[in-house]
Design a protein around this ligand. Structure first.
Ligand code: P6P
Length: 280
């Protein structure tokens, strides 16, 4: 695993430079989920894939920016699904973005995730590694230095209510309104990585991206967005659900599948489960 962490550190330093200097224009392509690919998306993906190709322990990779699985080493131990630059369109307005990595064994599915890593590119570059616990590192003078462990409080203060207005569940909006009535503060940038990083570092709360009327299975991708953060939140003493069950019990049928998702402290996650169960 250390070889993978080092590879992600090397890729992140290159991606940081790319963000600062790269062309944020649109490419001529769309990815598998129909998102228009920015040149930054493709360039970040190339950086990561070229570095992963040098790591013998990686058997295969799945990228948000590529349709198919890429086989690397037949005898490799790990499978990695990644989003090379999530929220890349936010670079144009100088908001934080991030890379997300789900590390699996045997199969690309929730039951086989063994670690997750994400990197936030903001005023500072920070990497969060979830294995048995959750550790945060910061890029300082060209090296990633350990900063702290991350543990969520039982109950938080922040609320990041993605796609609430378009949710298919009529009771969802009232649930979110009630949470705000309880004094939670709105924190939503439209970037999954910084939004979830903030909740982790500020003691907890709730991030929602439910199913919508046009996308009842949600927008966020299982293998390289939802499952890695679900793993991170559970290891940080929080939780992650699809509204009715643990996100890490969601079945994957295609490598680009999406799922509704909620991440947060235990109190907020239990509230989501209760509201969806009583009304669903
Ligand atoms: P919306 C970015 O495009 C992204 O995939 C996630 O980073 C973010 O949480 C979500 O979409 C934002 O979606 O519908 O609020 O713009």
């Amino acid at each position: 695993m250390q070889d993978i962490i080092k590879a992600i550190e090397e890729a992140s330093i290159k991606i940081k430079d790319l963000i600062e200097t790269g062309d944020t224009g649109k490419s001529e392509q769309e990815n598998s989920t129909g998102d228009t690919q920015l040149k930054l998306d493709i360039a970040s993906d190339v950086i990561i894939e070229n570095i992963f190709k040098q790591i013998p322990s990686i058997k295969a990779i799945v990228s948000e920016e590529q349709e198919e699985i890429v086989d690397l080493n037949e005898d490799g131990e790990y499978l990695i699904a990644y989003d090379p630059l999530d929220g890349s369109s936010l670079v144009d307005v100088n908001l934080s973005v991030g890379s997300i990595y789900g590390i699996y064994k045997n199969e690309f599915n929730a039951q086989n995730i063994v670690a997750s890593i994400y990197v936030v590119f903001g005023p500072r570059v920070e990497m969060v590694v979830a294995t048995d616990d959750v550790k945060m590192y910061r890029l300082l003078k060209g090296k990633f230095e350990f900063i702290q462990n991350i543990v969520l409080n039982e109950k938080g203060k922040l609320n990041a209510p993605g796609s609430t207005q378009n949710c298919w569940a009529p009771y969802h909006k009232q649930m979110i309104d009630d949470i705000f009535q309880d004094g939670y503060r709105l924190r939503y940038s439209g970037g999954m990585v910084p939004d979830l990083h903030q909740i982790l570092l500020k003691g907890g709360g709730l991030f929602s991206y439910p199913g919508t009327t046009d996308r009842p299975k949600g927008k966020l991708r299982q293998l390289f967005e939802v499952f890695p953060f679900a793993y991170t939140y559970e290891k940080a003493n929080g939780g992650a659900v699809d509204g009715f069950k643990r996100a890490l019990e969601v079945e994957t049928t295609h490598i680009h599948d999406t799922t509704p998702c909620f991440f947060g402290s235990k109190t907020e996650i239990n509230r989501v489960l209760e509201v969806y169960k009583n009304n669903g």
